[in-house]
Write a protein that binds this ligand. Structure first.
Ligand SMILES: NC(=O)c1ccc[n+]([C@@H]2O[C@H](COP(=O)([O-])OP(=O)(O)OC[C@H]3O[C@@H](n4cnc5c(N)ncnc54)[C@H](O)[C@@H]3O)[C@@H](O)[C@H]2O)c1
Length: 341
């Protein structure tokens, strides 16, 4: 169990109205999370900066004003620990005990004036099982792993007749049975452009004849850590000092070899000439700060070249454009004016 009560003075903090924010991670589950930094980028994610989203106490429905929180006391004895912090009239005491099994969170309003006190912990709803969550949803966005998509998310979501947006789209390759299931259940499988641009052009081109689709991907070596191909080939990423070709093959093989790194080529192949004909070369590039993809398409329409440099998100394997593009796809679903193929 990891438990953290935030009481930083505002001057040394990151400027969020989140004094007395509580984080709880236990038994492999992030029960109360710090929503993190994705929220600095997209306006739609600004809510995650807020007092409530940070599971910090809020008075009278207003975000916290600026000011410092203080730690009033803390102690640890015989495996039990407790801490008490204060921000203005609000005090928060958290007690945790052995064997990582108990946590008590007490939020007190200590002022004389009546005020409406909110915290997310006090308001926290029940945790739904995946089945119940799918039933309660109109649409499911998968941003997990190919294995999770295969084993649970796709069969359960499509089986329930709910639309499914897939980020781990390498897991879609060869799964005509899921397309058939979606058709039978009258729902859809949607694949955002995510880390690349230009799928609109590739789709247009594929209405006519395409002779070749090739992709080159360059990633900092740390963005390839843990991939099955790296482990099988015993590639020492730390020893790579200059740009090195580490894989060349079809989209099908690449998605097996790098299931968490090059889902992007699966989307490209599905938009174009399929995973057996779409080819990719993957480079580990110590000079690269950014994830770079270069796509070339040749066909009766002419020639298309797309180059993109993606700023990584908190996850070095995943570029920020991936989630921005997913938000754009969700917006398009209800847009009255849609631009792009
Ligand atoms: N198509 C694209 O262009 C594109 C772009 C970016 C990311 N992706 C893919 O999207 C997926 C998500 O990317 P990310 O950066 O958010 O990954 P991430 O590793 O940051 O997050 C994945 C989350 O899924 C959770 N998870 C995994 N298995 C689970 C299970 N069985 N039950 C419950 N939770 C589970 C993990 O705990 C983690 O929190 C990856 O497969 C990635 O390769 C695709």
């Amino acid at each position: 169990m990891e438990l953290r009560l935030e009481e930083n003075p505002v001057a040394v903090d990151h400027g969020h109205p989140d004094r007395l924010h509580l984080t709880l991670h236990a038994g492999g589950v992030h029960w109360l999370a710090d929503p993190g930094t994705g929220s600095y980028v997209a306006r739609e994610l600004f809510w995650y900066r807020s007092t409530l989203a940070h599971n910090a106490p809020r008075l009278d429905g207003q975000p916290q004003p600026t000011g410092d929180a203080t730690c009033e006391c803390f102690d640890e004895q015989d495996g039990w620990a407790w801490v008490r912090g204060r921000f203005g009239n609000v005090a928060r005491t958290v007690v945790a005990g052995p064997p990582a099994a108990y946590m008590v969170d007490v939020v007190e309003l200590t002022g004389r004036e009546f005020a409406l006190l909110h915290t997310l912990a006090l308001e926290a709803g029940k945790v739904l099982s995946l089945d119940d969550l799918i039933q309660a949803s109109d649409l499911v966005v998968e941003a997990s792993t190919q294995a999770h998509l295969r084993e649970e998310i796709a069969p359960k979501t499509l089986g329930a007749g709910k639309d499914l947006v897939v980020l781990s789209c390498g897991g879609l390759l060869g799964r005509q049975d899921w397309v058939d299931l979606a058709a039978a259940k009258r729902c859809r499988i949607l694949v955002p452009s995510a880390a690349i641009a230009g799928l609109d052009g590739v789709k247009g081109a594929s209405v006519g004849a395409i002779s070749a689709v090739t992709m080159e991907t360059r990633k900092p070596p740390r963005g390839l850590v843990g991939a099955p191909w790296i482990e099988q080939q015993k590639i020492d990423l730390d020893a790579i000092t200059h740009e090195t070709l580490i894989f060349e093959g079809t989209a099908t093989d690449a998605c097996r070899a790098f299931p968490a790194n090059v889902n992007v080529v699966a989307a490209l192949s599905l938009a174009g000439i399929g995973p057996e004909k779409t080819r990719i070369r993957i480079f580990a590039s110590p000079e690269a700060e950014l994830n770079r993809h270069r796509i070339t398409v040749q066909g009766e329409f002419g020639r298309l070249a797309i180059e993109i440099e993606n700023v990584p998100s908190e996850n070095p394997r995943t570029g920020r454009l991936s989630y921005l593009s997913t938000i754009a796809l969700l917006r398009d679903l209800s847009a009255t004016l849609r631009v792009g193929t």
